[in-house]
Write a protein that binds this ligand. Sequence first.
Ligand code: SF4
Length: 119
Amino acid sequence: MSQTSNLTVVENATCTFCGCVCDDIELHADGERIVQAKKACSLGKSWFVHHTAERLYPDALIDGREATLDEAVEAAAEHLHAANMPLVYGLSNTTCEAQREAVALAESIGGVVDSHTSL
Ligand code: SF4
């Protein structure tokens, strides 16, 4: 990471948008927003520059109401414990570490994993 004028430059950033996982992206950020994503394709550029450090949502929601993270984890555990065939689904735009945790969770609760690509 380096600093040029008022921008922070991050080299060799990874794009997780489409699954190709390009890992040579050069990002320029102004402290709140990525303003440039060199070497990314048009999809990756659009994905990066539309991210912001603004907080748009609370940490957790339960039935549409704001909740603490601890409350949300407790509620999720109750739902998963009560489920007959839990489905761990989604995982697009998700880091490898998070995917690894999701698979471990599915294994520990006897569930299955599927991604949005099955659509
Ligand atoms: S830069 Fe483009 S091709 Fe590479 S991972 Fe991102 S969206 Fe996919």
